[in-house]
Design a protein around this ligand. Structure first.
Ligand SMILES: Cc1ncc(COP(=O)(O)O)c(C=O)c1O
Length: 449
């Protein structure tokens, strides 16, 4: 009876008392599964259960907007996830075609854990140009996206129980990455203009501080940190290192800067270049990916760049080892070949930037017209307007959602004063959202008065 009607139990299920009961008093498999689901707690670890409660809010909103689309179709304006509709540079499509027509023999093979040597070389050449600092192939290691790159660096350089300073607003997933390494997050709010508050960072540093995790340009604010800010921060960190050399001469460690520069090319004011973290501070790591600049988030391809002042074989081996320990092994082979070819051929980013600028300017005008306060972002693909007075970020997001406009409350980025809109969507979505945003803002005001 069991075999016919009930499940083919796993070892864990067979050891369950209900298995015995069900064998003698046959019940439908669905009943057994239901009862087993009630005891899920014993399967999923407490740590993971706790994490479930903090699952990415942005993803949840994105999934809800997808569901809403099934009933409300094109009336839905989804500004939740940074999933760009803008095409990658034309050179990428050409390289993709070249690789598919004439694939290298190792196009689907395991590649070295550090990545395809020629791609590392080509990325190093781009970084040398962008940073105006000589960067060699040895500094560059490929990773499955910026998320993997951050985790690999943290795993490599964070001793347990150390502390990581994160300026806010920030990409919310950073918190989980640091806590996953059994380390403590120390949040330091930025200044009202979203520049780093260097004095507050200085005050937050203690003997356990090991890393400052920056996002430049920033998600969600679109802020690009000024040269002065980065140089001031560097002076503070150099002072800390000098002090540590005096107080712990046997084992002094600098505070490392880990700079996530995933939005570097989406920078609207090309006349003031983004100041190089490497030029500012020698004890730095940079991470990036092709998810945003090249609009290839699903391809899972990014990289780590070690400061030229730090690079040595032991560090490369350690990062490589962390890549395997964390289970990434390498990153997608075919995409490495395509990007290698694309960078070799050269690419024109101006048309891509023009597409983003058009969307930024239009949605920004819509927000201002609705009466919202919103700085014009210098970079990236997000607008971060202030929430109208008298409502919380979640209440304002709910009012917008009632109009089929999906945004992410600022508390997901550790700043509940604002909401975030990703503008890398179709222009008609932006146009359609104008009256809806205006109405929700009026409702928020009426709610307050
Ligand atoms: C600041 C920041 N860092 C990292 C990531 C994740 O990048 P990837 O998709 O390359 O892992 C994102 C994605 O939105 C991001 O905004």
């Amino acid at each position: 009876m069991w075999d016919e009607q009930c499940l083919d139990g796993t070892e864990k299920e067979k050891s369950h008392p209900l298995y015995f009961f069900s064998y003698h008093f046959p019940l439908p498999a669905s009943f057994f599964r239901f009862i087993m689901s009630l005891s899920l707690v014993s399967i999923v670890s407490q740590t993971t259960l706790a994490e479930l409660g903090r699952a990415s809010n942005t993803r949840k909103i994105f999934e809800e907007s997808n569901q809403r689309r099934q009933t409300h179709g094109s009336d839905v304006c989804d500004f939740s996830l940074g999933n760009s509709v803008v095409s990658p540079p034309q050179a990428f499509r050409e390289a993709l075609q070249q690789i598919s027509l004439d694939p290298p023999s190792n196009v689907h093979s395991y590649l070295p854990t550090t990545g395809l040597p020629q791609l590392r070389e080509n990325i190093a050449k781009c970084l040398t140009k962008w940073h105006n600092v000589e960067i060699s192939k040895d500094c560059v290691l490929m990773a499955c996206g910026a998320s993997a790159a951050i985790n690999i660096v943290l795993h490599t350089i964070l001793p347990a129980d150390s502390e990581v300073i994160i300026p806010t607003p920030c990409f919310g997933e950073y918190i989980r990455y640091v806590e996953n390494m059994r380390c403590k997050v120390v949040l330091v709010p930025c200044l009202p203009n979203y520049e780093l508050d260097v004095e507050a960072i200085r005050a937050a540093i203690n003997d356990k501080t090991r890393v400052i995790l920056l996002n430049n340009p920033n998600n969600p604010t679109g802020k690009v940190y000024s040269q002065k800010t980065l140089v001031d921060l560097s002076k503070v960190l150099m002072d800390v290192f000098e002090h540590r050399k005096e107080t712990t001469p046997d084992n002094p460690s600098p505070v490392f800067l880990l700079s996530d520069e995933i939005y570097r090319l989406i920078h609207y004011d090309q006349s003031t270049p983004i100041f190089s973290t490497f030029a500012a501070y020698p004890y730095s790591f940079l991470v990036s990916s092709f998810a945003k600049d090249f609009a290839l988030p699903g391809e899972r391809i990014g990289y780590i760049c070690i400061s030229p002042a730090l690079v040595d074989q032991c560090l490369i081996d350690a990062l490589s080892s962390s890549t395997r320990v964390l289970g990434y092994v390498g990153c997608p082979s075919m995409m490495q070949h395509v990007l290698c070819k694309c960078l070799e051929n050269g690419f024109d980013y101006a048309p891509v930037l023009a597409e983003y600028r058009k969307r930024r300017d239009r949605l920004h005008a819509i927000l201002l017209d609705a009466g919202l306060q919103c700085p014009l972002p210098e970079a990236a693909v997000y607008l971060f307007p202030k929430v109208p007075e008298g409502v919380t970020d979640k209440e304002f997001a709910d009012l917008l959602r009632a109009q089929n406009v999906f945004v992410v409350p600022g508390s997901s980025f550790l700043d509940p004063t604002s909401v975030r809109l990703a503008f890398c969507v179709d222009m008609d979505v932006i146009e359609k959202s104008a009256p809806k945003i205006k109405l929700a803002t009026q409702q928020a005001r009426a709610h307050h008065n």
